[in-house]
Design a protein around this ligand. Structure first.
Ligand code: FAD
Length: 377
């Protein structure tokens, strides 16, 4: 493919979890290309992206189907997050590893018999999991679930994670940031050799994808330091979840398709507290919390990850529509996106190194305090 004056100009539109993991993966794969110009153009940056509101919990959730692609993306991402937990990144990037209890059915209702014995396929991706036996289920007698499983998972505090990725990216002189809203990808026609579209729900207007719809999520972020595990469960009021992050616990939630309201709704907050207090009654005492609302990018046909040669000869790689699993699928999707970009702009081969995969993707940039501390020693 012909490129302007031998420079590879790649523009990523969107600086959410999908855009920034893609940017890091580009730098990894084009490490030997001094001719790379990577532009990250976005209307909003952290803390104003959808992921900043999310619970950041690893589980393929809210998707129309969990197929082979989803499992591949989720598995790769799980391995990256888990190895990051066991690295120096964990504290500053807000990554915790924790047990997650998933309970299906309540009071023996709300579930078909054949579903009770069905273990989700994604359990084969995690390091440790098992179905709960009667003895273990008895721990949740107050909910009377019909079945359940426990797995080792990860929760990522995205409002800590994204700033770390931004710091890493901004250290590279080949990367440029532009804070701007575009109204059509055509605006980038002569400015980039490849455009990567990571605009989430906004792709509905930007590229006219009407199969993309909002799945409204309202959550309540509270201080509940005694909770150290994830719980997801069915109740008469719907599906509830309790997900610890570093300093707070996320209580949820709602999944309201076609609802564009980004304002908190009081009755949703009450319902969330009612549901979560059923699972963990001490939550009844909670009087303060931060109510947040975000719109998950739900797509009827699942995630769109593909190359498009547009009618005006632009190379666009789309990556949007991750619904309630954008964090869960992020690094895996980024890998596939960059594999496509590599076919359009072949990178120079780089030297082999012995770094772990997560270290190749990004590294912590020492903060100011750390530099001062080192200087004193
Ligand atoms: C309440 C809630 C809980 C969730 N919990 C989880 C969870 O536990 N685990 C999980 O995996 N996922 C979870 N999710 C889903 C996850 O947050 C999303 O799938 C993910 O954040 C989508 O990321 P994205 O980068 O595609 O989109 P976004 O974060 O929406 O980013 C889109 C970017 O594109 C930019 N942009 C858009 N339009 C334009 C334009 N015209 N011009 C320039 N820039 C533009 C935006 O400014 C933004 O930077 C949750 C979501 C919600 C709402």
């Amino acid at each position: 493919m012909a490129c302007s004056s031998n420079t590879y100009r790649i523009t990523i539109v969107g600086a959410g979890i999908i855009g920034l993991t893609t940017a890091c993966t580009i730098l990894k794969e084009y490490a030997a290309n001094e001719n790379l110009q990577l532009t990250i153009l976005s209307e909003k940056f952290s803390p104003d992206t959808t992921g900043d509101i999310s619970a950041g919990f690893w589980e393929p959730y809210g998707l129309n189907a969990v197929d082979e692609r989803i499992l591949r993306w989720a598995g790769y991402t799980y391995d990256i997050f888990l190895s990051e937990f066991f690295s120096t990144k964990a504290a500053r990037a807000g990554i915790i590893k924790l047990p997650s209890y998933s309970l299906q059915g309540y009071n023996g209702q709300n579930i078909k018999d054949d579903e009770t014995t069905k273990k989700p396929e994604f359990l084969k991706l995690v390091r440790h999991s098992h179905s709960l036996d009667q003895h273990e289920l008895a721990m949740f007698d107050h909910l009377k679930p019909k079945s359940g499983f426990v797995m080792v998972s990860v929760a990522v505090e995205v409002r800590k994670y994204l700033p770390q990725l931004l710091r890493f990216l901004s250290e590279d002189s080949r990367v440029k940031f532009i804070k701007k809203k575009i109204h059509s990808l055509i605006e980038l026609k002569d400015k980039a050799d490849v455009v990567i579209n990571c605009t989430g729900l906004a792709s509905r207007d930007l590229v006219g994808d009407q199969t993309l719809r909002p799945a409204r999520g309202q959550v309540l972020r509270v201080h509940a330091p005694w909770i150290k595990s994830v719980y997801t469960f069915d109740t008469e009021d719907g599906f509830g979840y309790v997900i610890p992050q570093g300093d707070t616990v996320v209580l949820g939630g709602t999944f309201q398709l076609n609802d564009w309201n980004t304002k908190p709704v009081a009755s949703d907050t009450q319902k969330i507290l009612r549901m979560c207090s059923k699972a963990l009654p001490a939550l009844e005492q909670i009087r303060h919390g931060k109510v947040q609302v975000g719109l998950r990018p739900y797509r009827d046909n699942g995630v769109r990850l593909e190359h498009e040669k547009t009618s005006i000869d632009m190379n666009v790689v789309h990556c949007y529509g991750h619904s309630g699993a954008g964090v869960t699928l992020s690094w895996g999707c980024a890998k596939d996106v960059v594999d496509i970009v590599k076919t359009l702009l072949p990178p120079k081969s780089k030297r082999q190194d012995n770094l772990l995969e997560h270290e190749k993707l990004w590294r912590l940039i020492p903060n100011f305090e750390y530099v001062v501390l080192k200087a004193k020693i």
